[in-house]
Design a protein around this ligand. Structure first.
Ligand code: GTP
Length: 280
């Protein structure tokens, strides 16, 4: 199927047309096969760690950072790109490290999941104060606080232009919010996972500890697993590899980066895809 020249010249219109025609997952391949790289992304999943919300405070939620992130997410929404958000909870409670100190891992993970709901409600509040409609959907039912996660309902919310914030990770202990991001991206048929981090992309070694660390521009899921790179945990990477969900890792602390990565589809950070050649 090819788009008419008229639609190719009008990316937003083309995007709406693809949506109406029910071309969801296929659009990624369709876009590259048809030479339509310029057509805007239609639906994306943004994954932010809880630490990002803590800003310079290192703990809890820094309001200025929250406001900035909400502004940046709003810019993507204003460009008519559907956006789902998965937040971590490490700024409030870090399940894995607490379990390592002797706490029961299951209890620690549930506490971490509750922390993601606190972050989700904070982001919902910030976005709605800016006039963007949102829905928080939780993997663990807590009806008085937010909606339960129902795949088909979440998709309808996205189609209606609401930003959906997914709380409680996958709802299961032993899984990370990175895995939740991969799972929700697949369920929502998102075209890409955007992973906002505190560094510019994926490095061959920790750039905070090694001055000679070098950033990759692109690499494959298999490279990430083989080189044991800490992009996302192995469960999340495996799911992305099996389901062919590309990941873009970029620095969330550089203002405008979300918009650059999604709206302009600029080559920021590192892209992890199925068949990419490893390059620096
Ligand atoms: P549409 O059916 O597409 O109109 O979506 P909607 O979310 O606006 O419909 P609904 O009438 O179900 O929801 C109205 C409001 O109630 C929204 O703010 C929802 O987020 C909220 N809401 C819906 N279900 C629940 C729930 O189970 N728990 C909580 N806490 N809020 C809910």
């Amino acid at each position: 199927m090819l788009l008419s020249r008229r639609l190719v010249a009008r990316p937003l219109e083309a995007n709406r047309y693809l949506k109406q025609a029910g071309i969801l997952e296929a659009s990624r391949y369709f876009r590259s096969e048809s030479g339509l790289e310029g057509v805007p992304l239609r639906r994306v999943l943004l994954k932010l760690s809880g630490e990002v919300l803590a800003g310079d405070k290192g703990f809890g939620i820094e309001i200025e950072t929250l406001e900035r992130l909400a502004d940046e997410i709003k810019a993507v929404h204003d460009a008519e790109i559907e956006i789902g958000v998965v937040l971590g909870g490490g700024n409030i409670f870090r399940g894995v490290s607490t379990a390592a100190k002797g706490m029961d891992r299951v209890s620690a993970d549930y506490m971490g999941m509750l922390a993601t709901v606190i972050n989700s409600l904070a982001l919902q509040d910030a976005l709605e104060r800016k006039g963007v409609m949102t829905r928080v959907m939780s993997a663990i039912t807590m009806n008085e606080i937010c909606e339960p996660f129902i795949t088909r309902r979440a998709k309808r919310h996205l189609e209606k232009g609401r930003i959906v914030i997914f709380g409680c990770g996958t709802g299961n202990p032993y899984f990370t919010t990175d895995t939740a991001a991969a799972l929700r991206a697949k369920e929502m048929q998102a075209e890409v996972i955007l992973k906002g981090t505190k560094v510019d992309g994926v490095y061959d070694k920790d750039p905070n500890e090694h001055a000679d660390a070098s950033m990759y521009k692109s690499l494959s899921f298999m490279d990430v697993l083989k080189l044991n790179l800490k992009v996302m945990d192995a469960t999340a990477i495996s799911l992305c590899m099996e389901e062919n969900i590309p990941i873009r890792v970029f620095n969330i602390n550089v203002p405008g980066n979300i918009e650059r990565a999604v709206v302009q589809q600029a080559d920021v950070g590192t892209s992890v895809t199925l068949n990419a050649k490893l390059s620096h």
